[in-house]
Design a binder for this molecule. Structure first.
Ligand code: NAI
Ligand code: ENO
Length: 375
């Protein structure tokens, strides 16, 4: 069969669901391929949601419609970027309107269920499953940014029915936006993500709810320190998105959750028996494995470019540093003072969008006699 890759020109890309991930992908595409027109479907067009209006005025989107029959039949690629159950609900409609050459892809955190629906609908020749392994607990277009995709693994889940040229086109686009494509079988994808992403979100949510239910005097909330915040950041994620993920990968998540409950029971027994060896080894082995996970590379854990700077905790201290960084064209993603026992005085935590900015900031602030920690 002729390789159709060389003939395939991407002129229009459509988005259904346009929040953190859809918005970030659109921004990244606009940056590297400004020649491609980007369309989005606003499923609640009256009144139009603010994200779509903003994206039009930012020049990220070229066209927004409340009717899929407008523009979407012309799309060369369509990204499904809504919660996983909503993505599936669009398949029958899309089947009737897209052109045969269209590449339909999704960014959903679960792959088995959408692949099943695609097969049932006989849409295998248009679909290439996808899942960028990057994101955050934040939602919506206003939190999206192009660099979110940079250096992130981007899983693609072709099957034996996926046309090779469609996989190649999508792979190339994923590389163009700075991500690292990685091919996985949908079933293996769901087993891996159940362990490293879905289970941690359940653990974070239940742990926060445990404290919520126990904290009668609100003292726990007041004193909750770095460790609790580190392990529960993801409890602030979108409830709708995570409800959909749990509903569509329930069996696989339960398998790993049951094993985790067994480990908790073993830890509980070790506590009852004051089993010194077990307790020591539990923390030692976990620490060794955790330390072996690269912090600043594309990985299963969201990459973080952050520094800590000693400051005197007084008005104006943040502004001085923020101005210094801005004057040197270093963009800040997040900034805030941290108070905990690990740091004696106030310490300023600054997060950047990329490694280069982090390195430039360390250099700059050190030259201005700030004490900078890079953990
Ligand atoms: N948040 C994250 O870190 C990651 C999320 N994902 C996947 O990306 C997808 C989108 O998640 P986010 O962008 O984070 O969420 P988000 O909440 O920021 O964006 C979702 C968008 O979908 C829209 N939406 C909701 N129901 C819809 C429907 N029926 N039809 C059309 N649009 C609808 C919402 O209005 C919103 O704009 C989900 O499938 C999620 O599993 C994948 C990787 C990372
Ligand atoms: O915020 C975090 O660390 C995440 O875990 C983000 C995330 C959420 C869902 C995904 O499918 C992939 C990544």
């Amino acid at each position: 069969m002729k390789d159709q890759n060389s003939d395939f020109k991407i002129k229009i890309i459509g988005f259904i669901g346009f929040g953190l991930i859809g918005g970030s992908i659109a921004r990244a595409i606009k940056k590297v391929r400004p020649d491609i027109s980007l369309y989005a479907y606003d499923y609640h067009p009256n009144p139009p949601s603010s994200g779509y209006k903003e994206a039009l005025s930012d020049g990220v989107l070229d066209f927004v419609t409340g009717n899929l029959e407008e523009g979407f039949p012309d799309c060369d690629i369509i990204f499904l970027c809504a919660p996983v159950l909503s993505n599936i609900s669009y398949l029958p409609k899309l089947k009737s309107i897209i052109k045969p050459s269209c590449i339909l892809t999704d960014v959903g955190s679960v792959k088995g269920n959408i692949h099943e629906a695609i097969s049932e609908l006989g849409m295998d020749e248009v679909f290439v499953g996808g899942h960028p392994m990057t994101g955050s607990e934040k939602t919506g277009y206003r939190n999206s940014y192009a660099l979110l995709l940079e250096n992130a693994y981007y899983i693609l889940t072709p099957t034996d029915k996926t046309p090779k040229f469609k996989l190649d086109v999508l792979k190339k686009l994923v590389e163009d936006i700075g991500s690292i494509p990685i091919i996985l079988d949908p079933k293996e994808h769901d087993e891996i993500t159940a362990a490293i992403s879905h289970l941690p979100h359940i653990i974070a949510a239940t742990l926060v709810n445990l404290i919520r239910e126990s904290d009668n005097s609100e003292k726990m909330k007041q004193l909750a320190a770095g460790g609790f915040k580190d392990i529960t950041r993801i409890a602030s994620s979108s409830p709708m998105m995570w409800q959909n993920i749990c509903l569509t990968n329930a069996g696989v998540i339960n398998t790993i959750l049951d094993r985790y409950i067994e480990m908790l029971k073993t830890a509980s027994n070790a506590l009852s028996e004051l089993d010194e060896d077990y307790l020591y080894t539990m923390f030692e082995t976990a620490g060794e494995f955790r330390n072996s996970i690269p912090n600043k590379s594309a990985g299963l854990i969201n990459k973080v470019y952050e520094i800590y700077v000693d400051i005197i905790d007084e008005t104006g201290a943040i502004a001085t540093i923020a101005t210094l960084l801005a004057n040197n064209n270093i963009s800040i993603k997040n900034i805030g003072i941290i108070h905990n026992r690990e740091f004696q005085e106030g310490v300023l935590h600054i997060e950047f969008y990329d490694e280069q900015s982090e390195n430039d900031a360390i250099d700059l602030l050190s030259r201005h006699n700030y004490h900078v920690y890079d953990r």
